[in-house]
Design a protein around this ligand. Sequence first.
Ligand code: TRP
Length: 344
Amino acid sequence: MTDQAPAPYAGPERVLSGVQPTGDLHLGNYLGALVKFGRLQHEIETFIFVADMHAITEWQDPAKLKSQVREIAAAYLATGLDPKVATIFAQSAVPEHAELAWVFNCVARLGWLDRMTQFKDKAGKHKERSSVGLYTYPVLQAADILVYKATKVPVGEDQRQHLELTRDIAQKFNHDFDAPNFFPLPDALTQGPGARVMSLRDGSAKMSKSDPSDQSRINLTDDADAIAQKVRKARTDPDPLPETVEGLEGRAEAKNLVAIYAALAGRTEAQVLGEFAGQGFGAFKPKLADLAVSVLGPIGGEMRRLLADPAEIDRILGAGAEKARALAAPTVAEVRKLVGFWAG
Ligand code: TRP
């Protein structure tokens, strides 16, 4: 500790986040991420991308990857991101991400990456058969964020460790290249309603696109019948809804459905219980199904409309990539100078 407080980072606030184009987007992505993106774009300069370079850390069918990138872009647009307000693009269209990631590979320490729990979870028992890219995945993520000098990163709770690594990389780069405050130390934004949407089949597991059971999640492209059927079949318990939020303790599935209702309705869990206390799930589930259909139905419809015109999505992604590069290129040019790369 020095007694002199370091000068704070002086650059502008900037939001950046991304979603991998692997598997269908679901209610958890919507409430935990997409809704927040739409809101933040009106408050702070916002960059939202499709993480196709991260996707190939595990093998992807090339044709499918291409269509999934457009699908995520369609979901961004259908849930309220406005390409005139936010910058929306595909990660692979901005080569500066990869260029900065290489420098960061040389800044990050093996010991730091060895602690990453997402790698351990994804690699499973056969670590030696994982791609090297999967191991350095969080380093590329740090480059995604810092190439725009982003300061706020809306992500799920499971990404907190990657954000801490990003801060460590930023700090070490600033120190090693004698460039105080060159990179900001970005904050994770993990709060808010819907921050943790759980599986409809198991209240202790996150709603996830990799869950083999499609019944465990409501996909953004599910039609009204599928949504209603999944809510009806969601796991619950036989007790009526309690008067207070504390009364939901130890009732993970009940808590999850109340939290989903609250997030979709833009109300607090206490307000939802104020309306439904004493009622059983036989009464609550149809109300939740109606609400979910009324919110998600139009989003699925808009996604289908957008996906019918892939050229228009590509045009939006192309324009976004151009805007993104205009900001990323000067950062990389400065990094090249700081590191001492050949400049001709
Ligand atoms: N790792 C993130 C996830 O799985 C996706 C991601 C990649 C990301 N790069 C990012 C999120 C940069 C925020 C910022 O959810």
